[in-house]
Ligand binder design. Structure first.
Ligand code: P6P
Length: 341
């Protein structure tokens, strides 16, 4: 058994990748790792800790907030507040920006966008759930973080990652120099490097989509689903349909095995369901760094210009060849815009 490399050691080692870095990002990533361990402890015993079920409250988007959602949100806000390296946060659970005053006074230069517990509808049925985070340098010059700090395109991300609370708990992140995965070893309470330099297969055999929405999918998406189901040994079709209903889990499986996750526009989500700033962009950054692709059907996710904190986007993300096939079919079968009027 080779020597174990912990997340902390790895982050410090990679700090050298950043010219002029004075350790702020290193501390910020470590703060996120600490919060993830605390959330993991509660997720693993949610059924016992009386924090299953709902708080009875509704979040800003009208979703029923599960107690674990709230707990996770509080833990990440607390960890990032104590750390002092992040001057403001955006969370799926909070309508407005969260300003971290002590970090503001310290002149912290980073802001963090977060989905503290994605896939919350799966909490009570013991299906994998996840945390997604995205880190930017603030663009505002001083004082509390501003809306503009968060309305940067995904290409401006300094780092992005997710935690998946599954059969094991993993933290996967990138700072723009590749993707590395760490598995939590509960016996020592450390995330240990288990998946160095992760690469997503260029072509996969898995497609992941909620086919319950089929009737309302754009024509090109319907054509892609049928393409996946055709018999063609030369292209290993039919592909397999796998859908967990937790974006982090569906994404993580495809990152390792190859495949594509699709969340198109639907009647319930006419702009798509996944959030651009704290779901699509961080997963897109990781996916591209692993050699994959992330699109809204016609444009690169990372180049979309956000205009609102909680805006949604259609998302097609995973193996490069599969995302390009989806874009090709959407372009071929999309109605000319004038015809839509
Ligand atoms: P549907 C979980 O609630 C989530 O936001 C994502 O994690 C997941 O991919 C999606 O919604 C599932 O949505 O409509 O298929 O249940």
């Amino acid at each position: 058994m080779g020597s174990v490399k912990t997340l902390g050691e790895f982050i410090v080692e990679k700090q050298a990748d950043f010219q002029f870095s004075k350790g702020e990002l290193t501390r910020l990533l470590n703060d996120i790792g600490i919060a993830a361990k605390i959330v993991n402890r509660e997720v693993n015993k949610a059924g016992l800790a009386g924090i299953l079920g709902e708080t009875g409250s509704i979040n800003v988007h009208g979703d029923h907030v599960k107690k674990l959602d709230l707990f996770a949100n509080e833990q990440f806000i607390a960890a990032l507040s104590v750390g002092g390296e992040c001057c403001a946060m955006v969370s799926e659970e909070n309508e407005e920006i969260i300003t971290i005053d002590n970090a503001v006074s310290k002149g912290a230069k980073y802001v963090v966008a977060l989905d503290p517990l994605d896939g919350s509808s799966n909490i009570d049925v013991n299906v994998s759930i996840g945390t997604i985070f995205s880190i930017y340098r603030r663009t505002s010059l001083s004082g509390p973080g501003t809306l503009e700090d968060f309305l940067q395109p995904g290409t401006e991300q300094v780092a992005a990652g997710y935690v998946i609370y599954g059969s094991s708990t993993m933290l996967v992140y990138t700072t723009g120099k590749g993707v590395n995965g760490f598995t939590l070893d509960p016996s020592i309470g450390e995330f240990c490097l288990s998946h160095p330099n992760m690469k997503i297969p260029k072509q996969g055999k898995i497609y992941s989509i909620n086919e319950g929405n089929y009737v309302h999918f754009p024509e090109g998406v319907k054509k892609f689903i049928k393409y996946c189901q055709e018999e063609d040994t030369a292209t290993s079709r039919p592909f397999s349909s796998r859908y967990i209903g937790s974006a982090v889990a569906d994404f993580h499986r495809n990152l390792i095995l190859g495949g594509v996750f699709l969340y198109p526009t639907t009647s319930a989500s006419p702009k798509g369901k996944l959030r651009l700033i704290y779901e699509c962009n961080p997963l897109a950054f990781i996916c591209e760094q692993a050699g994959g692709k992330a699109s809204n059907g016609s444009k690169r996710i990372l180049e979309l210009a956000p205009s609102a904190l909680h805006q949604r986007s259609p998302l097609f993300i995973g193996s490069k060849d599969m995302v390009e096939k989806i874009e090709e079919l959407i372009a071929k079968y999309s109605l000319p815009s004038k015809a839509k009027a």
